[in-house]
Design a protein around this ligand. Structure first.
Ligand code: NAD
Length: 479
């Protein structure tokens, strides 16, 4: 029997069955049933968050610390169960699901600590006898809108700092992954959050998300998702003069130079391009490779791809799970067809795979002979599809790497200190990796990109404070 998960509004679990969550590894498996909020519920959630803000924003650091620490501890204690459920609803492997769950626990732990490290400044005024204090305050009601590809880590890296710095929340998760979202909200609720501080509104983006964008009572929106939706968030937020932060797509380059350690380069490329079924905003979908190593690199990748185990996310042997759903699978296949039409050579994969149960299985695809002008080089595919672009030297590699509308991550595989250093300084990306996959980041340092990938202050680490607080400058004349 499937359980019904409800929305949390003003401390009450509310709603009737609205949508079913399907396991992409086996479409006969229904993960659960979920309430689907409408505009009215979104309005109630926003009103509850607004009412709860004054008290929560003035709650002591120990109150906030206790909730965040308890949440971290419970997530960590249940990491195998939650990780499994995440893998079941999203299709990433068990190891990735458990790893992401541990990451969520670490994020709550980090921001629990931050509640005790709040600081301000005090300086003398230019006017004698006057003191000036600079302090940070919560922004108010924060709308949190998240995508499906990191069902627990992305909500955690937004919810934890929002609460730590005294904000109240209306959280709208992606339709495809409500179970992970519900789980994290259930844990926080039981950890002792006062009613209205955190509200969960599951439902359609065009309905619930749009109601959040349209509300004058949402003071800030933190959004992660596609460029198209990000632009809507931006336009609506400017209309309401609210703070907003966008994390969007990527078309991240991995440069491989002739002097690279081949084994390291192949590891970086296979991990960065194909793990998590290529469904990471930080995935390296453009492999930019210099002449002398090109053929050896392509042969070695093909050999590795041939050995990868693609299958049910819940099978411990699986290295790459299914694509998340039918729509994304079609998008991946459409781009594979586009790449062929554009004249790139499909050197490996790209076929649908049959497994025991009905699911969205796709063989990782590798194109060679592609140029940076092709659509497969310019548009985010968001699947297990990568293309190799052959270049003559480092200078051309850097130019091609930077010739993109995006700028989230970039990577270089080289044993040359000179080129590694030059690349770190001149790559137009928010995060740069040397001899590491473009995907895979730490939780205690800033995350974010440039150009069409990101807008607004960085997420994660202490930099998260920029978005989730506003600065107050207070003057006192003491006589
Ligand atoms: P999406 O834009 O379709 O959806 C993201 C969220 O926005 C969902 O919760 C959705 O319901 C909501 N939404 C949709 N329409 C809305 C509207 N009109 N108003 C308000 N909210 C609305 O993105 P997706 O398909 O869930 O996620 C994939 C995308 O996310 C990819 O482009 C990927 O690169 C990006 N992503 C970026 C990062 C990053 O940090 N840069 C991380 C993960 C994913």
């Amino acid at each position: 029997m499937t359980v019904l998960r409800k929305n949390l509004i003003d401390g009450e679990w509310l709603g009737e069955a609205g949508s079913r969550n399907i396991n992409p590894s086996n479409t006969n498996d229904v993960v659960g049933e979920y309430a689907s909020a409408g505009p009215e519920e979104a309005k109630q959630a926003i009103a509850a968050a607004k009412t709860a803000f004054p008290a929560w924003s003035r709650s002591g650091p120990l109150t906030r610390h206790a909730v965040l620490k308890k949440t971290s501890d419970e997530i960590m204690a249940r990491k195998d169960e939650i990780g499994r459920s995440l893998a079941r609803e999203e299709g990433k492997t068990l190891a990735e699901g458990v790893g992401e769950t541990i990451r969520a626990a670490q994020l709550f732990d980090f921001f629990a600590g931050e509640t005790l490290r709040l600081s301000g400044e005090m300086v003398p005024s230019v006017r004698p006898g006057v003191g000036v204090e600079m302090t940070r305050e919560g922004v108010g009601v924060v709308g949190i809108i998240t995508p499906w590809n990191f069902p627990i880590a992305i909500p955690a890296w937004k919810i934890a700092p929002a609460l730590a710095y005294g904000n109240t929340i209306v959280f709208k998760p992606a339709e495809l992954v409500p179970e992970s979202a519900w789980t994290i909200v259930d844990i926080l609720h039981r950890a002792g959050l006062p009613k209205g501080v955190l509200n969960l509104v599951m439902g359609k983006g065009s309905v619930v998300g749009q109601a959040m964008l349209d509300s004058p009572d949402v003071n800030a929106i933190s959004f992660t998702g596609s460029v198209g939706t990000g632009k809507r968030v931006a336009a609506a937020s400017v209309e309401h003069m609210r703070k907003f932060q966008l994390e969007m797509g990527g078309k991240n380059p991995l440069v491989v130079l002739d002097d690279a350690d081949l084994a390291v380069a192949v590891d970086c490329a296979v991990n960065g391009a194909y793990f998590s079924t290529g469904q990471r905003c930080t995935a390296s979908s453009r492999l930019i490779v210099t002449e002398a190593i090109h053929d050896r690199f392509v042969d070695a990748i093909k050999e590795r791809l041939d050995k990868l185990v693609i299958g049910d996310a819940l099978d411990a042997k699986t290295q790459i799970g299914p694509v998340v759903d039918q729509t994304q699978l079609k998008q991946d296949e459409d781009y594979i067809a586009i790449g062929r039409q554009e004249g790139a050579e499909l050197a490996f994969g790209g076929d649908r795979l049959e497994r025991g149960a009905p699911g969205f299985y796709l063989q990782p695809a590798l194109f060679v002979g592609s140029t940076n002008a092709m659509r497969i080089s310019r548009e985010e595919i968001f699947g297990p599809v990568a293309n190799v672009i052959r270049v003559k030297d480092y200078d051309e590699a850097l130019a091609v790497a930077n010739d993109t509308p995006f700028g989230l991550t970039s990577g270089i595989c080289t044993t040359s200190l000179k080129h590694a250093t030059h690349f770190k300084r001149n790559s137009e990306a928010g995060m740069v990796m040397v001899n590491l996959p473009t995907a895979g980041v730490d939780f205690h340092v800033p995350f974010g990109g440039r150009k069409g990938s990101s807008y607004g202050p960085r997420e994660q680490g202490r930099y998260a404070m920029e978005f989730y607080t506003t600065v107050k400058t207070a003057y006192t004349f003491a006589g």
